[in-house]
Design a protein around this ligand. Structure first.
Ligand code: NAP
Length: 259
């Protein structure tokens, strides 16, 4: 098993950062299960482009916050590939309505926590059990789990409190799973993207164009999905050994303060 092509499940892998990751992994010789909310017809062009990179790609439509949908993703992985080497918990949503803390409502809280935290946690639980079984069957098996959190795990946005809280909690989930799976040959990492060009940030483009020009990050540009994709591919290749549980900031140096 250790010499064959790796198989990666990427949630929210058909656009934005997830597509950047899917493209990088396909380019590195991984086969893919791409998950997303849209119909297979709606993402057909994206899947065709990924297949052009010589990857076998199957699409698993479904909501990561829904247990039945998560089970279907793994059934598909079993049926199509019979193995799973990589899980990238990327799917996520921002705070619904981006309301100030004093106006924030429980409906947004519940949805954001379900998608950004509950879904990845329980998907990881199921994948972990399968990875442990794969390791028991083949001592050469090495699993990789990557959680896409955000610099919002560290930076406060008072109009997205629920989002920030889920991203901070993903940091602890990463450490928990790293500790639980280290003896089973599975490494778990967190990537904290900075401000990345995607549909999620299209509505705040002018604001961040200005902030980047003013020096928001040491590298004065928007992050790109490919920047995060290359970081994930490095982890999947095993090019950051002896580092399970680590957090990578892919944020152009945004977290470095100057005076
Ligand atoms: P995006 O362009 O809005 O894409 C989100 C992706 O997640 C889409 O593929 C979407 O599926 C999928 N998705 C949303 N809800 C889902 C659900 N309930 N079940 C399954 N899939 C779901 O966002 P993005 O900017 O690429 O963000 C990806 C991740 O990076 C998120 O976790 C986000 O919090 C994080 N992040 C983003 C930034 C940034 O600046 N953009 C910065 C830091 C962290 P469809 O394609 O089917 O709609």
């Amino acid at each position: 098993m250790s010499n064959s092509r790796k198989v990666a499940l990427i949630t929210g892998g058909a656009r934005g950062i997830g597509l950047g990751i899917a493209t990088a992994l396909a380019g590195d010789g991984c086969d893919l299960i791409v998950n997303g909310m849209r119909s297979a017809d709606d993402v057909a062009d994206v899947l065709t482009a990924l297949r052009a990179l010589s990857a076998r790609v199957v699409y698993a439509q479904g909501d990561v916050s829904d247990a039945a949908a998560r089970a279907r993703m793994l059934e598909l992985a079993h049926d199509e590939f019979g193995r799973l080497d990589v899980l990238v918990n990327n799917a996520g949503i921002t705070s619904v309505g981006r309301k100030d803390l004093l106006e924030a409502d429980e409906a947004s809280w519940d949805r954001v926590f379900d998608v950004n935290l509950k879904g990845p946690f329980f998907l990881t639980q199921q994948v972990a059990a399968w990875m442990i079984a794969q390791r028991e069957a083949d001592s050469g098996f090495a699993g990789t789990i990557i959680n896409i959190s955000s610099i919002s795990a560290q930076i406060v946005s008072t109009n997205r409190g629920d989002y920030c809280l889920t991203k901070a909690a993903i940091g602890m989930a990463t450490k928990l799973w790293a500790a639980r799976l280290a003896d089973h040959g599975v490494a778990v990492y967190e990537i904290q993207p900075g401000v990345i060009e995607s549909d999620m940030t299209v509505g705040v483009k002018e604001k961040y164009d200005r902030l980047f020009a003013e020096g928001l990050a040491l590298e004065r540009r928007w992050g790109k999905p490919q920047d995060v994709g290359r970081a994930a591919a490095m982890l999947v290749r095993g090019d950051l050994p002896y580092a399970t549980g680590q957090t990578l900031e892919i944020a152009g140096g945004m977290m470095i303060r100057q005076m």
